[in-house]
Design a protein around this ligand. Structure first.
Ligand code: MN
Length: 337
């Protein structure tokens, strides 16, 4: 249930009302926006009568929320959430590009790519250290050493780093990572979601390749329910009957997720198509449809990449892409940061 409070309701009386509601066994999501002040009630609200709520002089109106996601629900929080990673803002008109190689391969590679993508306009450095590969015989990543090399690249450029966590046991290794990625294959690893919900770093949550949007948002809810509301959603292509591309980019997920939730939504056109030449048109589509950012794989030598070379841009191609995106972002009133 959401309770919409009257404009200028006194704070002390609101606090007393919240205490009363907590005493009835509800937890409260207090969202004061530009235009509305909403109390979101989480718990079994069947026991509470609308007439009782409406009788309170602080209350403008109340509504039951039928969706199973509450903290992520836009009804609970009408304003866009802005997630901050270091100095970089994502959402609410702020557009962020996170770029870098699929896998961290060497110090020279990650530092060179970091410098190039930063110069082109990427504000966050992505790179895989722990890699979830379809085959156990494929390159599994440099693991802890890869994280160390990411830190070296951050020291060289100052860009915050984004990298994937696959296992709760590895969490201590991620202590000075700036943003933790939960990959598509782990979208419903609920213990992992709870673990990243209990820590403070922002989380980039990728959509599972066969997950419905409601399942996707429920995974974000798992993280938020533990107390971490700094979640960015990433659409990265879903599995369909189409075989000419690695996945099918579900572009309509962006406006739908923005209607369902208040969280920033970004697009990963690299994994969606699996083809480097498709990154540019899909990135442009992402901006046009209202995405808050992009995640793009860039490798210094895609032909020699240890993973996902076919979908990686080289740094010159990334320069060209960013040059095309800048005027489009301006047209749509987004700030690149
Ligand atoms: Mn990849």
């Amino acid at each position: 249930m959401i309770i919409i409070l009257k404009q200028n309701a006194p704070r002390a009386q609101i606090d007393a009302f919240c205490e009363e509601l907590r005493g009835m066994g509800f937890s409260i999501n207090d969202s004061q926006g530009a235009e509305t002040h909403i109390l979101g009630l989480i718990g079994d609200t069947k026991s509470i009568a609308e007439s009782w709520v409406l009788a309170n002089p602080l209350v403008e109106t109340c509504r039951r929320v039928s969706e199973p996601y509450k903290k992520a629900n836009r009804k609970f929080h009408p304003d866009d959430t802005v997630v901050q990673v270091g100095d970089v803002k994502i959402g609410g008109g702020n557009f962020a590009v996170m770029s870098g190689p699929c896998s961290v391969e060497s110090e020279a590679q990650i530092v060179e790519v970091a410098r190039r993508v930063q110069k082109a306009g990427a504000s966050l450095l992505r790179g895989g250290a722990f890699k979830p590969r379809t085959s156990p015989y494929s390159f599994q990543g440099l693991r802890a050493e890869g994280l160390e090399l990411m830190r070296h690249a951050r020291a060289a450029t100052g860009q915050p780093i984004v990298t994937e966590l696959m296992n709760t046991e590895h969490l201590p290794l991620f202590e000075d990572v700036d943003m933790i990625q939960i990959g598509a294959r782990n979208m419903q690893n609920f213990e992992l979601l709870k673990a990243v919900g209990r820590q403070k770093k922002p989380v980039l949550l990728k959509r599972g390749l066969s997950a419905t949007l409601e399942e996707f948002v429920m995974s974000a809810e798992y993280i938020m329910a533990e107390g971490n509301e700094q979640v960015v959603l990433c659409e990265r292509g879903i599995r369909t009957f189409e075989k000419s591309m690695r996945n099918t980019l579900d572009i309509s997920a962006v406006p739908m997720l923005k209607k369902m939730t208040h969280l920033p939504v970004i697009i990963d056109p690299s994994h969606a198509a699996g083809l480097s030449w498709m990154v540019e048109p899909l990135a442009k589509a992402a901006v046009a449809v209202g995405a808050d950012g992009l995640m793009i794989e860039v490798h210094d030598n895609p032909a020699k990449a240890l993973s996902d070379g076919a979908q990686s841009l080289d740094p010159d191609q990334f320069d060209a892409l960013m040059a095309q995106l800048r005027p489009e972002l301006e047209f749509f009133g987004k700030t690149l940061n």
